[in-house]
Design a protein around this ligand. Sequence first.
Ligand SMILES: Cc1cc2nc3c(=O)[nH]c(=O)nc-3n(C[C@H](O)[C@H](O)[C@H](O)COP(=O)(O)O)c2cc1C
Length: 233
Amino acid sequence: MPEEATLEDIRGFALSFSSAAKRALEAGFEIIELHFAHGYLVQSFLSPTSNQRTDHYGGSFENRIRLALEIVAAVKEVLPEDYPLFARISADDNLPNGEGWSLADSVELARRLKAAGVHLVDVSMGLISWKAKTLLGRNDSIDQVQMAATVQREAGVATGAVGGIVSARYAEKILQSGQVTLIFIGRVSLDDPHWPAHAAFELNAAAAYQLPKQYHWSIGLPNWRTNFLLNGN
Ligand SMILES: Cc1cc2nc3c(=O)[nH]c(=O)nc-3n(C[C@H](O)[C@H](O)[C@H](O)COP(=O)(O)O)c2cc1C
């Protein structure tokens, strides 16, 4: 059975996030994303579906978002001011009858995250409960992109859209709409680790993507692919 975290545990959570951020910085990562989604620790505080606490970390919206904001503050302390800090949220608990955490809650949280120094909110969805609807078919993708657009428009914070983005054309259409700031890809990059290069090729922007340096001698020229394709294979 899960046990309720003590106040000492909770102080430790913020410290663990800030020491992880320090290690990421030392290791040379150029962006840090805080994971506040998918049923993990911080979302379990955010969502009224899981948060059953009766102290100042449970109950009201203000209390449920307290841990997330404390973590952001602790992490900001160890990062240079302009170091890109993202946070992934589940925009909606995705439960029947609109129960649980809602898109409106996400908009308000995103405003607070921005005020606390988060530069971009990565808008995912669900996974707090087994009762949630299945995700990431085609229509779910459209819903999820719309949620990212809503959070960007209403909270005035940059957002990233994720979920079911597979073709370069769809990715580009989302970006050209200007409704979100960037897109994330998951499964398609497992299938094709060079998806960004292939997408750039498809969108006639091959020069915009640099392949890893170690491959330049063989496929570093922007036209290597065109040459092969034009020659008929
Ligand atoms: C094998 C696999 C592992 C994943 N692990 C994580 C994870 O650790 N943290 C996370 O936030 N999302 C994780 N995801 C979800 C992806 O980040 C992404 O949100 C999701 O797959 C939807 O995007 P896609 O349709 O482009 O794959 C994982 C997805 C896959 C397929």
